[in-house]
Design a protein around this ligand. Structure first.
Ligand code: UD1
Ligand code: MG
Length: 455
């Protein structure tokens, strides 16, 4: 049967003490709900329905454009009530997987296992776990034969049931042929006067349907978030998982507790990453790449054997092989450096091509520039690319040498092998191989007296 996924996300999350609904708080730079949606999509469901309630506009705003169906639950009368709100949207006959918007670390493989269990002869399959501390969770009650017979909420549980450690994650799979009837059996006759989704188990058992559980052996996957402390714990777990994956690829992390991977990082052999680096989006690191401390890399590619020195930022750019970047370099979007280039300290590069072996070593801004091979840019050079309204290009051909403290006023072309004298403001194209400078002649004034204050 095709699959419908229902994600419960109507809760307010008052303990977050935030104006934002809980499920749009971020873990690793992405909302918790987005994590759940991304995992859901990998199961190829026919539909994903998100039940929203508190500040629902904020949720739909953050999640728009993703082919999600939003269902409003105006009053939160329980998890069963939440699923019942989806009746009009649910494709009849589809199996249903219920997920929680505030349980973001659930793994695809675990959900696949649960679905496979559901596709056996079971009408309800639930995901349970053995909690270190089960307080607050619904407990899984099993009959003499070991079969699941009910889920009992903490507030409804007897002393005996409270001693059970097998706990309900809340994640649940139901057969399409039966769930309608099971949901219509729900009532609010319990300690919290809520419609408990978990009661489908009791009703299924009463009707002699099979119920089974997959026991998740990693409690961290089913952790929910109720407050900022738990959100931080989830972030830490996410960070550890990502660091472990990277080390499994053979990367040396100087300290795996001090790296943040908020996207996908792929790495070649013998990559070393020093402490406190942040990786976002898709980052590709070639063989032998070294990343110094405190770097931020977003959606970029670093070629083999290139070194990124501490405190550097690289965003939406491609660094060639054998480059040296930083320390304190800022490489902004649409920059590409070819092999053996050098971008040194306090250099900002934007939307530019840096040719093979070219060096921009100190205190410089290069923007909207096309630079050839073996160019040397002196300290304090600025490409003046903006006239207040439009951006213009600077072309610097092969073998050019730019003296320090030079302004290249774009649009301008510096021809091959030009040498520019230090302190020049270049506003016109240059000719091949010439020495070019534009500066006032040095003069010496005799008899001049330096101003001094009267004592
Ligand atoms: C639920 C389970 C419990 C399980 C626990 C795991 C029930 C009755 N109990 O309890 O067995 O151990 O989760 O964390 O299901 N929600 C809505 N609308 C509602 C109520 C809840 O969207 O009307 C959403 C909440 O935003 C939350 C999730 O459903 O994301 C769970 O709700 P919560 O109130 O936290 O359920 P628990 O009492 O913790
Ligand atoms: Mg809860």
């Amino acid at each position: 049967m095709p699959l419908s996924i229902v994600i419960l996300a109507a809760g307010k999350g008052s303990r977050m003490k935030s104006n934002k609904p809980k499920v749009i708080h971020d873990v690793a730079g992405k909302s918790m709900l987005q994590h759940v949606v991304d995992t859901s999509k990998k199961l190829n469901p026919e539909q994903i329905i998100v039940v929203i309630g508190h500040e629902s506009e904020q949720v739909t705003d953050v999640m728009r454009g993703q082919d999600l169906i939003f269902v409003e639950q105006t009053e939160q009368l329980g998890t069963g009530h939440a699923v019942l709100q989806c009746n009009d949207e649910l494709k009849p006959g589809n199996d249903i997987l219920v997920l929680y918007g505030d349980v973001p670390l659930i793994k695809l493989s675990t959900l696949e296992e649960l679905i496979n269990k559901g596709r056996e002869d079971n009408v309800v399959s639930l995901l349970s776990f053995n909690a270190d501390n089960p307080t607050g969770y619904g407990r899984i009650v099993r009959g003499k034969n070991g079969n699941v017979s009910a889920i009992v909420e903490q507030k409804d549980a007897s002393e005996e049931v409270l001693r059970i450690t097998e706990s309900n994650s809340g994640i649940l799979y139901m057969k399409g042929s039966e769930y309608g009837e099971l949901l219509s059996d729900l009532d609010a006759d319990n300690a919290q006067q809520e419609y408990y989704l978990t009661d489908v188990v009791k009703h299924a058992v009463r009707k002699n349907h099979n119920v089974d559980a997959v026991i998740c052996d990693d409690e961290t996957e089913v952790l929910g978030v109720n407050n900022q402390q738990q959100l931080a714990e989830i972030e830490t777990i996410y960070r550890c998982r990502a660091a472990t994956r990277l080390m499994d690829q053979g990367v040396k992390l100087v300290d795996p507790t001090r790296i943040d991977i908020r996207g996908k990082v792929s790495a070649g052999h013998d990559v070393v990453i020093d402490i406190n680096c942040i990786f976002e989006g898709n980052v590709e690191l070639g063989d032998g790449v070294e990343i110094g401390a405190n770097c931020v890399l977003q959606n970029c590619k670093i070629g083999n054997n290139s070194k990124v020195q501490p405190m550097s930022i690289i965003d939406q750019s491609e660094i060639g092989r054998d480059n040296s970047i930083g320390p304190f370099a800022r490489i902004r979007p649409e920059t590409k450096t070819l092999d053996k280039a050098k971008i040194g300290n306090f250099v900002e590069v934007k939307k530019s091509l840096i040719g093979v072996g070219s060096k921009v070593s100190h205190l410089t801004y290069i923007g909207d520039t096309e630079m050839g091979e073996d160019v040397n840019i002196g300290a304090g050079t600025i490409t003046c690319n903006y006239d207040g309204a439009f951006k213009h290009k600077t072309i610097i051909e092969d073998g050019v040498f730019v003296g320090s403290d030079t302004q290249l006023v774009a649009p301008v072309r510096i021809a091959k092998n030009t040498t520019i004298g230090a302190g020049s403001t270049i506003t016109k194209d240059t000719a091949v191989g010439k020495l070019v400078f534009s500066r006032a002649k040095q003069v010496s004034i005799s008899g001049w007296i330096r101003p001094a204050k009267n004592k």
